[in-house]
Write a protein that binds this ligand. Sequence first.
Ligand SMILES: N[C@@H](CCC(=O)N[C@@H](CS)C(=O)NCC(=O)O)C(=O)O
Length: 214
Amino acid sequence: MSLIFYFAPMSTASVTEAVLAELDVSCERIELEIGANGTRRPDFLVINPNGRVPTILHDGVVIWESAAITLYLGEIFGVTAGLYPPAGLQRGEAMKWIVWTNMVLAEAGGRLAITLDGDGAAQEGSPDWVQPELRDARVADKAKQDINSGLHILDSALAGKLFLLGDYSLVDTHAQCFVSWLGMMGIDIPAYPHVSAWLQRCVARPALAKLMDA
Ligand SMILES: N[C@@H](CCC(=O)N[C@@H](CS)C(=O)NCC(=O)O)C(=O)O
């Protein structure tokens, strides 16, 4: 079995890093810089033409998009590890939360991030460059509104539960990474008591605590 993990520190690849840590799967790690000298390098664009991390290469097959990678690793390694439901009803729930996290929380988080990100120093045409009209308070307000709607949904789902599927699973590993990131961007996570308590339980997991100490 060959598994290669392409990542950049402090990026969306942290989601896959957390999933791999929980699964305790060994892999070759290839660190890339964000931008022309890494994620946009021609030799990496051959692997992932989107020029983004996380990307994995498993036995010659490339998978990108953090949600797809979690779903895939869950199916391949997570079921036997007891961290992902086998095919069936609960698998459907797992897929729902993983895809929803990316489509709702990460999407709105991405809109908020571009209003906070950087000082405009990146040159036009570089992947970090953001059009000035997008660095706008209205964009930030709408993004925050969408994030808060999402967090209300998550908070209701976690009421009376320890974890999203009942027991801890890769669904929690995946979602907590994005929720932590929203907290880092100033979203008031303690305003959501069930989300806040769940996040504390997730980050106390030995695999995740170890990653955060590294
Ligand atoms: N929707 C993608 C987003 C991945 C993404 O945007 N990754 C950023 C880092 S946070 C990246 O690789 N950027 C490199 C670039 O734009 O060159 C996912 O969830 O995997």
